[in-house]
Design a protein around this ligand. Structure first.
Ligand code: SAH
Ligand code: SF4
Ligand code: F3S
Length: 481
């Protein structure tokens, strides 16, 4: 994209750039569209883009918005990382996520040497950490655009600025200035979608970087969430996953406070939606009202993801989780009593600073008692700037690794025993895809477990009853009934 041409264009622009959003971004998307069209003509082909997403559902959702902007501008998505525009939407929740990003950015640098017109952009949670941005500016100077979590909607403007100035553009906000919606987005699946109900987190668990990189809690208005769900349903979406770092605190800071249970009720009224999921409720403040709503509402999946983190009350206190082992187990018991057949899943961290063998034994004890159907397990990772990073008694790596292996075994045994219980029953399954190799359809049950079964491709995106013939630990083989 010729700099001279764009500088002239910049002069023409003076005074006509809208100040309000999202109009401002549509303006820059149109400008970028022209630049992309020019380059297409020069090259005699379409320009390609590749967006790689690391981390959680929030990032996946952000990437759908980023892809929407890039498609609007005229880029075609490609599997290959050797694309004209490559964007990494990064995660920093654990160190290994960061290491992977650095390695891959190094590879992109080599691609760009061969193709100088390539543009490389990095965004997401890692970029909210100043030491990361410093490192990239110093050691990966070929990166074109760096932005954070609070301004992803400004992608087109930042791209335009890069073309104007010819220099690396860095735009990181410490807090969100505004929530800008109503920009184009591409959905990964036609039949299921994530919907943000809130952004940020106020809990400050002592090990966790998320509140530092995602900012304070902000809830979206009920009417906006319901409108988004209704639009999705009108386009054929059957299942929505309501997303927030702690959905229990949804709506507390709205002008007219609303509870999460009330929001669920409203979303369930949306015609065409058949299944509602949500992630994540925090065990410290999961209300009886919410339990009752899950129990009573047929559209809400009978699945509660309830992150334990540790089974030791002492470690939970140091983690700033604000519940005890007993309170957690009591909550699980209340959930099981009110919602027969409910699936409970969890997240567990091993090797938190000061964790003793006795503390770890408490974690194993909760795994046995809570009867999880699956669990995400992590080795504690020290995050710069969090209180836990400065704590004494960091657990040696070998000790944490050894406990992690033992935890995996117990989780595996407990989870497959739970899964085995469902064998022979009939489950409702949302059909997601056909495996080209086995020729089998794959779908998800209410508890998020996978079932493989014979059937027609036309069933993709529909809910079908499937008899779970054979349990394979964390998935089943079944037959449509
Ligand atoms: N808001 C959600 C999930 C946040 S991140 C919640 O509160 O449950 C997802 C998971 O990553 C967490 O549940 C935790 O188990 C894990 N995690 C977060 N920080 C971590 C760290 N520093 N080291 C290891 N695992 C971590
Ligand atoms: Fe992190 Fe805790 Fe917030 Fe979850 S609730 S995002 S673990 S600080
Ligand atoms: Fe990672 Fe950010 Fe999610 S740090 S887990 S992508 S909120």
């Amino acid at each position: 994209m010729g700099l001279e041409k764009t500088e002239n264009r910049f002069a023409d622009l003076a005074g006509c750039v809208p100040v309000r959003e999202p109009q401002r971004q549509f303006y820059f998307m149109e400008e970028m569209k022209k630049l992309v069209a020019e380059q297409e003509k020069e090259l005699g082909r379409k320009l390609t883009m590749h967006v790689a997403t690391f981390g959680c559902q929030m990032n996946a959702k952000d990437s759908e918005k980023l892809c929407g902007i890039l498609e609007y501008i005229g880029y075609q998505e490609t599997e290959s990382e050797d694309a004209d525009f490559v964007l990494y939407n990064t995660c920093t929740v654990r160190e290994n996520a960061n290491t992977r990003v650095y390695g891959r950015v190094g590879y992109l640098g080599a691609c760009k040497k061969k193709k100088p017109s390539m543009r490389i952009a990095l965004c997401g949670c890692m970029m909210q950490e100043s030491h990361v941005v410093e490192k990239i500016r110093k050691s990966y100077r070929f990166v074109d655009i760096i932005f954070g979590t609070h301004n992803i909607y400004r992608l087109a403007e930042l791209m335009y600025e890069r073309e104007q100035t010819g220099k690396t553009v860095v735009s990181i906000l410490q807090e969100a200035e505004q929530i800008v919606e109503d920009l184009p987005a591409v959905q990964k699946y036609a039949f299921k979608a994530g919907v943000n109900i809130m952004y940020g987190c106020n809990n400050f668990c002592s090990y966790c970087i998320v509140p530092h990189v995602r900012g304070r809690e902000r809830s979206r208005e009920v009417c906006e969430i319901v409108k988004e769900c209704a639009d999705l349903a009108a386009h054929g979406v059957k299942e929505v996953m309501l997303l927030g770092q702690n959905v229990n605190s949804y709506g507390k800071n709205l002008e007219h406070p609303v509870s999460f249970a009330e929001l669920l009720r409203e979303v369930a009224r949306v015609e065409g939606l058949e299944r509602i999921r949500f992630m994540t409720p925090h065990p410290k403040d999961l209300s009886d009202e919410l339990i009752a709503e899950i129990a009573a509402n047929p559209k809400i999946c009978k699945h509660v993801h309830l992150p334990l983190q540790s089974g030791s009350t002492e470690i939970l206190r140091k983690m700033n989780r604000r519940y005890t082992k007993e309170q957690y187990l009591d909550l699980v018991a209340r959930i099981r009593k009110a919602i027969p057949g409910v699936a409970v899943t969890t997240d567990i961290i091993v090797g938190f600073p000061g964790e003793t063998e006795e503390d770890f034994a408490e974690t194993l004890d909760v795994v046995e008692k809570a009867e999880y159907i699956s669990a995400y397990t992590f080795i504690y990772s020290k995050r710069t700037g969090t209180p836990a990073a400065a704590m004494d008694n960091q657990v040696p790596e070998e000790v944490a690794n050894e406990r992690f292996q033992r935890l995996l075994k117990v989780v595996g045994r407990v989870a497959s025993a739970q899964a085995e219980k469902a064998a022979g029953t009939v489950a409702t399954v949302l059909v997601e895809e056909k495996n080209p190799e086995s020729g089998l359809l794959t779908g998800r049950m209410e508890n998020n477990m996978l079932v493989h079964f014979p059937g027609e491709e036309a069933l993709i995106g529909t809910l079908v009853p499937v008899c779970l013939k054979e349990c394979k630990g964390f998935y089943y083989f079944g037959e449509i009934v």
